[in-house]
Design a binder for this molecule. Structure first.
Ligand SMILES: [Zn+2]
Length: 330
């Protein structure tokens, strides 16, 4: 059994196909981060390397299983972005050369690529060659982010699997079993994490729920006092993008409320504040606020740490002059 029950049906279908002899040599998993896709890919890999699986379960006892479980299987290759850089051609070439040879252990060879959407163009073309002329007993397990665009050629040479997020009930039940907080905390963490249970778990384990409450309170002071300095010192480098996400969530909820969109709220525990905030905002202002936050985010992604504070300060100042008090600037 996989650790994440919502992935089990996909696993079972895929393994069933392999058992019946029509498994595809390149599986492409399109998933969101934070729902445990790693376990699904590794689960399939474990089954493929095992010499005597018991039904859908790897035996756990054969030499291959032992090597794999110890993280030492010589025919299992993992490619992923290193230090958040795109995957370069060297990483792919190195693995290509290895899988072109006979397997070290005489069984299947597995190439697992995380975030295959982040291959550079030349790396993608190098991968394509091996996908087109697969060597015997070589399997590719590719993961791409749900929203990412992917070279059509890679797409067409693999069998795509669209992995849905778990239902709210599945996610809540699983989180409750992990003993990481009260039901209310769990629910909030899951909402804030857009229904992704592993992200919610990490949030609860790392005390991020409290940090988020603090940040949104500071946002409120920033808003009422029109002072960026109430908020600016509370951004933390390590969780900066999460923090931006929390603020954007607040603003998006405000917009949905303004438009009377029947919505699944993200910042459920701040609905009263959102309502009060809303009374003073126009729809246009809220749209503008979301745009400003998007701009801040993309600017931050493109630059190095030195200018981070300036970009944040600029964004917050724009929120004041263009959203909270637009009449004074137009
Ligand atoms: Zn085994």
């Amino acid at each position: 059994m996989l650790r994440y029950p919502w992935l089990q049906p996909y696993y079972d279908k895929i393994i069933h196909a392999f058992e019946q002899g029509y498994g595809h040599h390149a599986l492409l998993f399109k998933t969101e981060q934070g729902i445990g896709n790693d376990a699904l890919l590794r689960g399939v890999a474990a089954w493929l390397v095992c010499q005597s699986p018991k039904g859908h379960q790897p035996c756990g006892a054969c030499h291959h299983c032992q090597l794999f479980n110890a993280g030492n299987h010589p025919d299992f290759y993992l490619i992923e972005p290193i230090e958040n850089k795109d995957i370069g051609i060297d990483q792919v070439r190195e693995v290509n050369e290895k899988v072109a040879q006979r397997s070290q252990q005489g069984g299947n060879k597995i190439v697992m690529i995380k975030q295959v959407d982040r291959l550079t163009e030349s790396a993608a073309n190098a991968l394509l060659k091996t996908l087109e002329e697969p060597t015997q007993q070589t399997y590719f397990l590719l993961q791409a982010d749900l929203s990412a665009s992917l070279l059509a050629t890679i797409y067409s040479r693999s069998q795509p699997w669209l992995i849905a997020n778990p239902t709210q009930a599945q996610a809540l039940a699983w989180l409750a079993e992990q003993n990481v907080g009260t039901m209310e905390e769990i629910r909030t963490a899951l909402d804030v994490s857009h229904g992704r249970p592993l992200s919610a778990l990490a949030m609860l384990q790392q005390g991020l729920l409290q940090k988020r409450t603090l940040l949104l309170r500071q946002f409120w002071l920033f808003y009422t006092r029109r002072s960026p300095l109430e908020l600016l010192p509370h951004f933390e480098k390590e969780i900066l993008f999460q923090q931006l996400d929390w603020l954007s969530g607040f603003l998006r909820d405000a917009l949905k409320m303004k438009l009377n969109v029947p919505a699944q709220w993200v910042q459920t525990d701040f609905l009263q504040a959102i309502q009060r905030f809303n009374q003073k905002q126009s729809t246009q202002g809220l749209l503008k606020a979301s745009k400003i936050m998007q701009q801040v985010r993309s600017d931050l992604l493109q630059i190095n740490g030195v200018n981070q504070e300036i970009i944040l300060l600029d964004g917050l100042t724009r929120l004041i002059t263009e959203v909270f008090e637009p009449q004074q600037t137009h």
